[in-house]
Design a protein around this ligand. Structure first.
Ligand code: NAD
Ligand code: ZN
Length: 251
């Protein structure tokens, strides 16, 4: 059967790899109950993103941005790694996964047991917040309690700067160290496996292209087609949990 051939090809490519990189997007976390952006029912079918310039320019935008974060808090805090995350962790356990490059901000790869330093977060993390000026760290829970009292967007106790989740918004510059590390891991990879990304957000989506032109095998597992399916060695339009779970022997 066609599907079984796809799975055995995926298993074969994973087994052959000596230095794999897994590249993930919001799609790997939907099975943990966190909606994606662009898939059917994705967040952006319901609300527009707030870009960085708006966040800086307007108290109203900052309040809206924080309201959304607090509303999502229960979902984020109760989310657990799913079969897809566990399969990636199992690949790490085999010793052939060099790094996970993720666009996700939910911390679920780390929660699945992959060491912190092997997870490269291109778009930061929403598990905590930082002052945009002095980088002082703040915890979401404390900010939420203060917001409920004041209804004002939080500002830094040290320097008065705006506090924002430690994520990268549209219009905000990409974090240097993760970008550099993602670049070198991509160049060192012999297998580049994409799971759950629409591959339309740049510069992140540039990494699979770079891997392929540098000679790595490129595999894409995504329910919907992506613009890079045409250059992939294998593009599977399938659900991540059952696909990676079956390929890696993880229930
Ligand atoms: P995206 O929403 O653009 O694309 C997700 C893709 O995953 C879609 O093409 C969808 O069809 C596919 N998908 C969803 N569930 C799937 C499943 N179970 N199996 C297979 N495919 C599935 O997400 P993106 O490419 O990551 O880019 C958007 C941005 O979204 C990123 O910058 C990221 O920071 C942010 N984001 C992150 C989270 C998170 O951390 N969990 C959630 C929403 C958005
Ligand atoms: Zn500050």
């Amino acid at each position: 059967m066609e599907e079984d051939r796809e799975l055995s090809e995926l298993s074969r490519m994973i087994a052959k790899a000596r230095r794999a990189v897994v590249f993930t997007g919001a799609g790997i976390s939907t099975e943990s109950g966190i909606p994606d952006f662009r898939g059917p029912g994705g967040i952006w079918t319901k609300m527009a993103p707030i870009d960085f310039a708006d966040f800086l320019a307007s108290e109203e935008a900052r309040i809206l941005s924080w309201q959304r974060r607090f509303e999502a808090d229960e979902t984020l805090r109760s989310a657990r790694p799913n079969r897809g995350h566990r399969a990636v962790a199992a690949l790490f356990g085999r010793g052939t996964l060099a790094a996970v490059i993720t666009q996700n901000i939910d911390g679920l790869h780390q929660a699945s047991g992959i060491p912190e330093e092997r997870v490269i977060e291109l778009h930061g993390s929403t598990t905590h917040a930082r002052c945009l000026d002095c980088s002082r760290r703040y915890e979401i829970e404390a900010l939420r309690r203060a917001f409920e009292e004041t209804r004002k967007a939080p500002v830094c106790e040290s320097c008065g700067g705006f506090i924002k989740t430690a994520t990268i918004s549209f219009g905000q510059s990409m974090p240097e160290t993760p970008m550099r590390r993602a670049h070198s891991e991509t160049l060192a990879a012999d297998l580049f496996l994409v799971a759950g990304s629409s591959l339309v957000v740049y510069p992140a989506a540039g990494f699979p292209e770079l891997a392929k032109t540098n000679g790595a095998a490129l595999v894409i597992v995504n329910r919907e087609p992506t613009p890079l399916d045409g250059i992939a060695d294998l593009a599977l339009h399938r659900t991540i949990g059952e696909t990676l779970g079956a390929a890696l022997g993880v229930e």
